[in-house]
Design a protein around this ligand. Structure first.
Ligand SMILES: *Cc1c(COP(=O)(O)O)cnc(C)c1O
Length: 417
């Protein structure tokens, strides 16, 4: 058993649904991201079902994995989207997603991005500062539009996660301080091209406990009460994303427990609930397939040098994140402790430390839980073309992104005349 229901062993070989990973490597080469369509579908449906008929909209956080095949699949399941750039909006539109189900977050929206979003008639802007509110009002007035706005509140709650992905503390750059929000909602009624339709918060990512979510929603809900007492009403409550997944030993709440708890917190208010899950929707629906180029045994360490690197999967280098690493073909050899490292010229270029495995040069490895913040954070460092992406559905294999070529990489560069 692999521990990953949609990526499991048949005999000694690891499969994605009904397709062997060795076959994918033969067809498309490595490194290669492999996603399970069924895993994604079931995960989305688990979120949807957990709302149990309550008025809701799931806005998938596009930045977790922005491949248009994934956006299209989620859109067909009924999903909306949470975007953080004009580029992501264009992806949503290209994928057939509905701008009317799309919310736009982010602290630094440019005028051009705001214009693009107004032209597309998105559901709302999640506004993160007073200055942004004024710019949106100005641009909307120039375009003769009314901008729907939700204020992103910073509730000052400790999400108890990695500091780089904690976003709801008062010292973080995100959102409007909760103590300023009431004044802004009331004093901005004269911004004639703004219509307040919601209130939102997002306190961080990879949260493995419910308590911070409860604290945040309680603060948001009491703010909502205070506003309603002043005659200011909004239509929806957006409780953000952030639910953690199991990479190793974590025991995050289930999707059902999480959604049920959010709904219970919001029980007394009769508003539509939005959530913005990213990692918890796609994280365990994908893996990174890589091949061992060399084994290197030194007096201190054993290294397995693989063809995937920190440019393909940045999370270990960036957050010291743990990803399970499984052999695609189990052999009967003796286990040793290996450092699983890439070819990039940085000591931070590793995928795993001290992994107990029996390895042979040329073997394939699967870096698990790589569906979220994997491909979307990848780069071309060391002039490495980005990996191919493949979606498996039962026994069907779809190439959803071709491997990049070196020519594509340098096509826009110019030598001085
Ligand atoms: C990144 C982000 C999300 C998604 O977070 P996950 O932890 O991947 O669920 C949701 N909302 C906003 C505003 C974000 O920045």
């Amino acid at each position: 058993m692999s521990g990953f229901p949609y990526f499991d062993y048949r005999g000694n070989e690891l499969y994605a649904e009904s397709v062997s990973l060795s076959q994918i490597a033969r067809m498309f080469g490595t490194p290669c991201y492999v996603y399970s369509c069924t895993a994604l579908t079931h995960t989305y449906q688990a979120f949807d079902a957990a709302f149990a008929g309550r008025d809701h909209l799931i806005c998938y956080a596009v930045k977790a994995n922005s491949n248009i095949a994934i956006l299209n699949l989620l859109s067909r399941l009924g999903s909306g989207f949470d975007i953080v750039s004009g580029g992501e909006l264009q992806r949503v539109i290209k994928a057939g997603g509905d701008p009317q189900k799309t919310v736009f977050s982010g602290v630094g929206k440019s005028s051009e991005e705001i214009r693009m979003a107004l032209a597309a008639d998105i559901l709302c802007f999640n506004v993160e500062s007073e200055a942004e509110l004024i710019v949106i009002n100005q641009i909307a007035s120039e375009m003769d539009k009314i901008a729907s706005v939700s204020l992103r509140i910073n509730p000052d709650v400790d999400a108890k996660t990695h500091p780089y992905i904690s976003t709801g503390l008062k010292e973080n750059k995100f959102g409007i301080p909760i103590n300023d929000a009431e004044r802004i909602y009331t004093s901005s009624q004269e911004l004639t091209n703004i219509h307040f339709t919601g209130m939102d918060c997002h306190i961080g990512s990879q949260l493995t406990e419910l308590d911070p979510f409860k604290q945040a929603s309680n603060r948001i809900l009491s703010l909502l009460d205070r506003l309603e007492a002043k005659g200011i009403a909004v239509d929806h409550l957006d409780l953000g994303g952030g639910l953690g997944i199991r990479y190793a030993e974590e025991t995050p709440p289930s999707i059902e427990e999480y959604v049920t708890s959010l709904c219970a917190s919001a029980d007394q208010c009769n508003k539509r609930i939005l959530i913005e899950p990213g990692r918890s929707l796609v994280g365990n629906s994908g893996l990174l397939l890589t091949k061992i180029e060399y084994l290197k045994h030194t007096p201190d360490k054993n290294f397995a040098i693989v063809d995937a690197a920190m440019n393909d999967l940045m999370r270990p280098a960036l957050y010291d994140a743990y990803h399970e690493i499984l052999p695609v073909n189990k052999n009967q050899g003796k286990d040793e402790f290996y450092q699983i490292v890439g070819p990039i010229c940085e000591t931070g270029d590793f995928l795993g430390h001290d992994r107990k495995l029996s390895l042979v040069k040329g073997d394939l490895l699967a870096v698990m839980s790589a569906g979220a913040y994997g491909m979307s954070m990848s780069s071309n460092y060391n002039t490495r073309p980005r990996a191919a992406e493949v979606m498996v559905e039962g026994e069907n294999i779809h190439l959803i992104r071709e491997r990049e070529t070196i020519n594509q990489l340098i096509a826009t560069e110019k030598i001085l005349p």
